[in-house]
Ligand binder design. Structure first.
Ligand SMILES: [Fe+2]
Length: 282
């Protein structure tokens, strides 16, 4: 994700503002801000940046099996990420468009909520095209393209998750105050970024902890988060949109409680029901 939901906001220039950091690309992308889909021009990545992608890809691949939901793996296979070089946003956007009608829009950093909601409502997902510095393999303070691409894009190839995401954007267009923005931000945090899945999440007597898998991008794109989220240290609660919308989260520490959906069908239908009850969807 490249939004600042629940996080102190950045500013807006045309679409977004470039936030220079030491780990930004050695050569900046020549692509104009906010370029969409196949029009995106990639930066001239340095060898070191391709190596960083390859190392992150190898580390993640080694531990994903058996820990991530099947829909994520299907999406990852469809997107056919290169293992040894930084992928091109235009290529991924083309595959995404064929799958669910969504496109990638290239941005240079955090996107303010009103813009983020509008993009999702138009089936556009904002992605950065810079990759973290080699010294930030384990943790990067801001989402980079490994997070945006490997964390988020696979699920957007899934029609039910994409349906939820679209509804989320449409709901965001109707927010009337800061508290409603905050409620959507909490739901985003505990689903899109840190969501878990278990087919019996709502039937605690049938629930088998070994069936819990991950789907949240903040977990999927971090080896440390993958191991932590599935451990006994983290309490798991069944998904409930109203509960999530009121649950505070801490962006600076690993979570002590996470929420399990039973399926993306449930995620979409329950979110729609909740948003309708708040007047955020018809
Ligand atoms: Fe994200």
């Amino acid at each position: 994700m490249s939004t600042n939901l629940g996080i102190p906001s950045g500013k807006l220039s045309t679409e977004v503002e470039f936030k220079a950091r030491p780990s930004d690309p050695i050569r900046r992308s020549p692509s104009p801000e906010g370029t969409i889909g196949e029009q995106i021009i990639p930066p001239d990545y340095a060898h070191e940046q391709h190596s960083t992608w390859a190392e992150l890809y190898k580390r993640q691949s080694a531990i994903l099996s058996g820990r991530v939901c099947a829909e994520y793996l299907d999406g990852r296979e469809l997107l056919n990420f290169p293992s040894n070089r930084v992928p091109q946003l235009a290529d991924l956007s083309r595959i995404l468009k064929n799958a669910t009608g969504w496109q990638v829009i290239r941005v240079e950093g955090y996107v303010p909520e009103p813009i983020f909601f509008r993009l999702l409502a138009n089936k556009c997902f904002p992605c950065t095209d810079f990759i973290r510095h080699p010294t930030e393999l384990e943790y990067t303070p801001a989402p980079d393209m490994f997070h945006d691409l490997m964390g988020h894009l696979p699920l957007i190839t899934n029609s039910r998750f994409a349906g939820f995401f679209h509804a989320y954007g449409l709901a965001g267009l109707r927010v009337r105050n800061e508290e409603e923005v905050a409620m959507l931000g909490r739901i985003y945090w505990f689903t899109v970024e840190f969501g878990l899945m278990n087919p019996n999440a709502q039937k605690r007597d049938l629930r088998d902890v070994r069936e819990t898998t991950i789907y949240g991008a903040g977990i999927v794109s971090s080896v440390g988060e993958i191991m932590h989220s599935l451990s006994d240290v983290v309490k798991k609660e069944p998904f409930n949109a109203e509960v999530l919308s009121q649950r505070p989260f801490d962006i600076h520490h690993m979570q002590d409680t996470l929420f399990e959906i039973t399926s993306f069908d449930e995620l979409e239908s329950e979110f729609r029901r909740w948003a309708s009850s708040k007047g955020l969807l018809d």
